[in-house]
Design a protein. Structure first.
Length: 150
């Protein structure tokens, strides 16, 4: 029987099951890790230059899911864009770097985790920083990496 706590982990679990059992061929794992790293860098750069809404929309798979807040899941690329259009502070800065990049044996799924820094100025002009840990699951689609979970 699932309780509310188990249900919060359900999307993550459903994403990892294919990661563990979907591969029938081997690929150059180091090359795939580098592709994901370059995608993460491009994602961060776009968030800095064009805003979080544009970046989270562009790099999302059509069926991507993001978790924001303790209990909020946002499903789908368009809903993610709408969320950021309504909630992102255009003056905020978001920086992150993956500490680890894992890739499935077939090179079609990967995941990253690392640290992020979210900074914004308060009404008095003082810079406020929030730090944390991110986790992203990536899927290769049409030779491009798109996140399916963030």
């Amino acid at each position: 029987m699932y309780n509310k706590k188990n249900m919060k982990n359900l999307p993550f679990t459903l994403i990892l099951i294919p990661l563990l059992f979907s591969c029938k061929q081997s690929v150059d794992i180091d090359a795939a890790r580098n592709e994901i790293l370059q995608t993460e860098k491009a994602f961060e750069k776009m968030a800095s230059e064009k805003g979080q809404s544009a970046a989270f929309y562009y790099f999302a798979a059509e069926n991507a899911v993001i978790r924001r807040g303790n209990d909020s899941l946002i499903f789908g690329k368009e809903s993610i864009k709408n969320y950021y259009d309504k909630n992102a502070n255009p003056n905020a800065k978001l920086n992150w770097t993956p500490d680890f990049i894992g890739v499935s044996d077939c090179g079609t799924l990967g995941y990253t985790y690392g640290k992020y820094v979210f900074s914004v100025q308060d009404s008095s002009g003082k810079n406020i920083e929030h730090t944390g840990v991110f986790h992203t699951v990536w899927k290769k689609q049409n030779n491009d990496w798109r996140y399916v979970w963030d």
